[in-house]
Design a protein around this ligand. Sequence first.
Ligand SMILES: Nc1nc2c(ncn2[C@@H]2O[C@H](COP(=O)(O)OP(=O)(O)OP(=O)(O)O)[C@@H](O)[C@H]2O)c(=O)[nH]1
Ligand SMILES: [Mg+2]
Length: 374
Amino acid sequence: MADTLADIRNLALVGHSGAGKTLLAEALLLQAGALRSKGSLARGTTVCDFDAQEKRLQHSLDAAICTFDTQGTRINLIDTPGMPDFIGRALSVLEAVETAAVVISAVDGIEAVTQRMMDFAAERELCRLVIVNKIDSKEARPREVLEQLQAAFGRECLPLNLPNADGSAVLDCFFRPDPAQGDAIAQAHTAIVDQVVEVDERLMTLYLEQGENLSPEQLHDPFEQVLRNGHLIPVCFVSAETGAGLAELLEIVCRLMPTPAEGNPPPFIKGDGANAVRARVTPDPGLHVIAHVFKVSVDPFVGKLGVMRVHQGTVRNGGQFNGFTSDDFTAFFETLHPAKLDLALKYPVLTQSLPFYPHFLPTNLADKNFFRRS
Ligand SMILES: Nc1nc2c(ncn2[C@@H]2O[C@H](COP(=O)(O)OP(=O)(O)OP(=O)(O)O)[C@@H](O)[C@H]2O)c(=O)[nH]1
Ligand SMILES: [Mg+2]
């Protein structure tokens, strides 16, 4: 169980339909020990495609949120639909996370939604992680896909691991590179370290002038910086089918991906027109609440459910707060979730399901804390 903000990772799986996001979420839950057996898409038993229509169509139709603990870290993983018709439901989820994990098929390479998600994540200054899935497939062409990624999104797309010859496992290029595995591994390791030290003069001196081998711990802070400013887009390889690369992916998420305090703060705007200024958002539980609803669904028993991302402050069981919808109406939110809400929202940044009952009021009753997305 995560105890502090540093133990939380908020991650969205986005990408083109059929890239394998839902099966990857299932495989990660299994890998982390949150499931005892892996569900099947064909039988409609996956955690994320739980809706009857999703089971029938065998496509995700809405975002599905799952939470699991691994290596002392709490991971909020959100599976999103990849079909172009539902792209809005994936884009709204990206507003709620620090890391956009863009899943690509090693068979099909870059597709329309891949491009859209990479562009949107860059625009929103999110950290990007590219996950190349299906390395087990006979038609997989991981090397070509990596070249395609570098041609489309720049030389900053660098592999943290590479698949072995038959795609049954991945070879680490960052944490524990084994020079005996060949030149490609050593070259990939050098490429990442070169890219990371570029933003840290002290490490650059140690590395280039004194020829020191830098450890992943020494590289942690500059790594965070290059992820935040888009100077590095790490790429890793997996097979959601066979489980290859999953342990490595979890290690990457836990050790390298940003915590809620490390990601770029969301672009909230306070005020209107000429008076609009970018609001400061600090992930501090003691400050007033800034949260936004990123998914709305209708539950047949509970009613309307809003899933919110809390960016600042603490939301408590039974609490109330005012907010604004995009239509410029004040909404009154009441948090009525029964169990464990106090515990779950002790940390300022977590995605949680909260039933909300909006009563629309005219804007002139607005309270002063009017925040909206840019
Ligand atoms: N061989 C192989 N097939 C995979 C792998 N991952 C997923 N698949 C298959 O790819 C198909 C699509 O998988 P999904 O997980 O539904 O893909 P998705 O990205 O969630 O698709 P949408 O929900 O439509 O966005 C299914 O038939 C999976 O069995 C993999 O690692 N290897
Ligand atoms: Mg899916």
